[in-house]
Design a protein around this ligand. Sequence first.
Ligand code: NAD
Length: 269
Amino acid sequence: MFDVGGLTAVITGGGGVLCSGIAEHLAAGGMAVAVLDLDRNAAQRVADGIRRAGGRAIAVEADVLDRESVQAACEACIRQLGRVDCLINGAGGNHPSATTGPDRKFFDLPIDAFRKVMDLNIIGTVLPSMVFGRAMAERGEGVILNIASMNAFRPLTRIAAYSAAKAGVKNFTEWLAVHMAQEYSPNIRVNAVAPGFMLTQQNRFLLTDEKTGELTPRGRSIIAHTPMRRFGNADDLYGTVTWLLSPASKFVTGITVPVDGGFSAFGGV
Ligand code: NAD
């Protein structure tokens, strides 16, 4: 029941750290994957690697914030893969310019930076869900998997835009799950994973010191609040992602699953 062999998936942000690993894992399980990314070279590298390993993958350059671009990507995916069974909305992230700090007060944050983070995480999830979701509604089946974050449950300090946006992703996951099941088909499921703290490019500047590589006070605080006492790795997500895409979760929709080493369960005492 956890078998995803023969299914197809589009993975936005598939050229990035977490989603490239997810794409490779799903392809190794027999899924045909479309690696969709704004960064054409990154998408191509991931797709080439999957093909070299014997899997099925295509690279698709698209901007998740541009409806025409996503529409063209959807048509290319259906043309080349036959159909899209699963959509993973992985494109997202924070940006230093929308992050408060000793030299960047909340009151002075450039609103364009704030808006960009909101857009990438919210609109970048909504638009592909509209475009690929329409094709799923027409077929009466499909799975959408969003990528939320720890701050979807409770905001984290310093990253107001990213926290609000990921809380929005969780809320939208619930909304779309209900909408798809009620209006189109109970066989269209919408869920999310909320990764805990994975040390990647987007948060490295917050968690480790640029010069020494030592943990910052924030990095130390995270480890202290993670009962499993470590940062996560991309492969920590694979089992939950496979479960949520496969028939093993066929009665599961509208949930956001923390994959966080216990961070969200721990009260700190
Ligand atoms: P990443 O920065 O490595 O990858 C993001 C990818 O999205 C990049 O390849 C980038 O080119 C692509 N992208 C950016 N804007 C795009 C656009 N407009 N259209 C299409 N593609 C675009 O990030 P990551 O760390 O792998 O994170 C992946 C997802 O997981 C994000 O949604 C992120 O918010 C979430 N997340 C990450 C962590 C973590 O600790 N790294 C924790 C929780 C949630």
